[in-house]
Design a binder for this molecule. Structure first.
Ligand code: MG
Ligand code: ZN
Length: 319
């Protein structure tokens, strides 16, 4: 289970820790390390190259999804594990077609080609559960295709809200918003709820295992907006998600949980006696991000890694 806090480095985590007296989910991990995030084209990555590096093990150019720097499509860890017989899922609070989720289930030279990315997702037979926003890219298209109809014709179960979704089915696409989901807490407990249901569904009657990527998508949005209230709210939601995943891993011993990020956003610092969050840029920064690992094989991950190391490390742990 891979959890990605988009735009989340140590200051974002630390800012959240200052708001609570409780033990945070981040303090439950026995193994930590650091990740270098630069892309092929830039010292400061975007979420497309960052997500692609984590997902595929290839440094690529900013803006590119699921392709190496020569614009050649490369398989994601999700796709490789699907080929090994595992079930797979992706959960996000942004468009499903947005850079981070797309890096696991689509290939495109430009992250902004949302309708092409939606077509990739709709026709990717290596994914079992997809949950997020971005319904417009599936049904409100220049080519007039209704990808949801095409998917349901191909055996998918489509839902437009989590309260309507039946997770006893296989092949689930839940598009809970036309665009990005609302910020937390306006969207309610969508992300923890969706994560819990996806874990139950993917692990049910499944001897071959599963891969699930869950993104705290809007940590990045909050930091682009230099909005510390939005940031803390999104961190609280993501913390709840991590706790749910760790509880699942405790009950299911052959599970590995990794929490990391694609890059830092906002150049966040915590200066002064009150450590009040201070953003130094409206863009991403180039500082390293942490990772946290729990479960089977976690202690073999410790150290300083390139973001491209995860795929090979995970596959080596599977032998
Ligand atoms: Mg993202
Ligand atoms: Zn960003």
């Amino acid at each position: 289970i891979l959890l990605i806090g988009d735009g989340m480095s140590i200051p974002q985590i630390n800012a959240f820790m200052l708001t609570t007296d409780s033990i945070t989910a981040f303090e439950r991990f026995p193994v930590t390390g650091l990740v270098k995030t630069h892309s092929k084209s830039n010292k400061i990555t975007d979420s497309a190259a960052g997500g692609t590096a984590i997902a595929t093990g290839h440094k690529t150019n900013n803006g590119m999804i699921g392709m190496n720097a020569d614009s050649i499509a490369v398989p994601s860890i999700l796709e490789t594990l699907s080929d090994k017989g595992m079930k797979t899922g992706v959960v996000a609070t942004s468009y499903l077609t947005h850079a981070t989720p797309a890096s696991f289930i689509a290939k495109n030279i430009n992250r902004n080609n949302y309708e092409e990315i939606a077509l990739d997702i709709a026709t990717n037979d290596k994914i079992d559960i997809v949950i997020g926003g971005g319904r417009n890219h599936f049904v409100n298209r220049k080519d007039s295709l209704n990808l949801i109809n095409e998917m349901t014709n191909n055996g998918w179960h489509y839902y437009d809200s989590i309260s309507h979704a039946d997770f006893n089915n296989e092949k689930i696409i839940l598009l809970a918003a036309e665009n990005h989901l609302d910020a937390y807490p306006q969207r309610g407990e969508f992300l923890p709820h969706a994560t819990y249901l996806a874990l139950k569904s993917l692990s049910n009657n499944n001897k071959k295992g599963f891969f699930l990527m869950v993104e705290g998508s809007q940590i990045d949005f909050a930091c682009h907006n230099s909005d510390s209230t939005y940031l803390i709210n999104e961190m609280r939601d993501f913390n709840n998600v991590i706790n749910i995943v760790l509880d699942f891993a405790k009950e299911n011993p052959n599970t590995l949980v990794i929490v990391t990020a694609d890059h830092e956003t906002g150049g966040l610092s915590l200066p002064g006696e009150e450590m009040t969050p201070a953003f130094t840029t409206g863009q991403h920064s180039g500082v390293m991000v942490p990772f946290y690992a729990y479960g089977t094989g976690a202690n073999q991950l410790t150290g300083v890694h390139e973001n491209t190391d995860f795929k090979a490390l995970l596959l080596s742990l599977m032998r």
